[in-house]
Design a protein around this ligand. Structure first.
Ligand SMILES: Nc1ncnc2c1ncn2[C@@H]1O[C@H](COP(=O)(O)OP(=O)(O)O)[C@@H](O)[C@H]1O
Ligand SMILES: [Mg+2]
Length: 327
């Protein structure tokens, strides 16, 4: 089967100026990422802030240009940004990001905003719009009488539901969700994630679900890619990542997720500074924080490679020495 979206060796370099008169220096925010997502599949992308997740998400949609590498959607190269082909494709791939208030127009009612893509892409005749909007609102758990409300009259969760309904209006094949619940109360996060999972299962939409919070991804992702300073350091099915993480960074992330009924003993606390691409360490970028660091890690960048049939990891130490998946 052809992957819905497939990217190869993506690199994004930002020119960052230090201070007012500093010379711009290139910083690699995404540094050689390859991945693919099958139709209907949900790929979780996790990692601390600054690891390049949002940049990668924007490159998947062609909103941000790659400096190197390729993006293929349904087997075809991504057309250039702002061309007619790209716009047509954008109906099939939608972005949901963290801040629904920024995504919505304060002066326009909920129903009108959800109907917007139907107008833009001329998807259905005007007279059928009303019933389609009602259907979309119900699908995301909004009430019929909220149709004429304005964004500020809704809660944060309801606003994000509105954004999701609008993203679904054009019947996309792919949703890229960048920290979609991070701004919501913890009590609301699970409700919205569950709603998204139900929708995704019902409609067979593929999803790239980006979060700095591993426990949010746990309930929705089929597969998880862990990023550190612009690179994928481990990739496996969600189940395997949580049961038997291999990379020391993944281990630390997983051990910080509380499991109901299980004591937090043996917890790995991440030491050292959070990732900063302007100060990328040599060799394995994680080495200054790694409890297993060896000489080779300080000089040689580890490649992401299959370490067994279940997973890939980029680590000199764990390659060839994996923990069995069965507990
Ligand atoms: N438009 C930009 N200009 C310059 N630097 C950027 C820009 N966007 C992101 N960066 C830098 O790239 C790195 C990765 O950022 P980002 O993709 O937002 O990571 P994440 O979403 O994982 O927090 C960060 O160090 C950030 O400061
Ligand atoms: Mg981000």
């Amino acid at each position: 089967m052809t992957p819905l979206i497939e990217v190869h060796d993506l690199v994004r370099i930002y020119q960052i100026r230090r201070g007012l008169f500093g010379r711009p220096t290139p910083v690699r925010a995404v540094d050689g990422v390859s991945l693919s997502v099958m139709p209907g599949e949900t790929l979780g992308i996790v990692g601390e802030s600054g690891s390049g997740k949002s940049t990668l998400g924007r490159m998947l949609l062609g909103i941000d240009d790659a400096d190197q590498g390729s993006v293929r959607f349904q087997g075809q190269p991504m057309p250039a940004r702002h061309t007619a082909e790209w716009r047509a494709l954008r109906a099939k791939m939608q972005l949901v990001f963290q801040d629904p208030l920024a995504a919505l127009d304060r002066r326009v009612t909920i129903a009108k905003q959800i109907a917007e893509p139907l107008d833009i892409h001329k998807l259905i005749p005007r007279e059928h719009q009303g019933s389609r909007v009602t259907e979309l609102m119900r699908a995301v758990g909004l009430l019929d009488d909220q149709a004429d409300r304005y964004p500020h009259e809704l809660s944060g969760g309801q606003r994000q539901r509105t954004v999701i309904a609008r993203a679904l209006a054009s019947r996309p094949k792919l949703l890229v969700c960048d920290e979609p619940v991070s701004a919501l109360d913890v009590s609301i996060q699970a409700q919205v994630v569950n709603m998204m999972r139900d929708l995704q299962e019902k409609n067979g939409i593929a999803m790239v679900f980006i979060s700095h919070d591993l426990k949010v991804v746990r309930n929705i992702a089929d597969r998880v890619a862990v990023m550190y300073l612009g690179r994928i350091v481990e990739e496996a099915s969600s189940d395997v990542i949580f049961r038997a993480p291999q990379h020391p960074y993944t281990k630390a992330l997983v051990s910080s997720v509380p499991i109901p009924g299980k004591p937090l003993e043996g917890r790995v606390i991440l030491q050292g500074e959070p990732p900063n691409p302007a100060k990328r360490p040599s060799g394995c970028a994680f080495h200054p924080r790694c409890p297993l660091v060896r000489d080779i890690c300080r000089s040689v960048v580890p490649e992401l490679q299959g370490i067994d049939e279940y997973r890939s990891a980029a680590c000199h130490v764990v390659a060839g020495k994996t923990t069995p998946v069965a507990a």
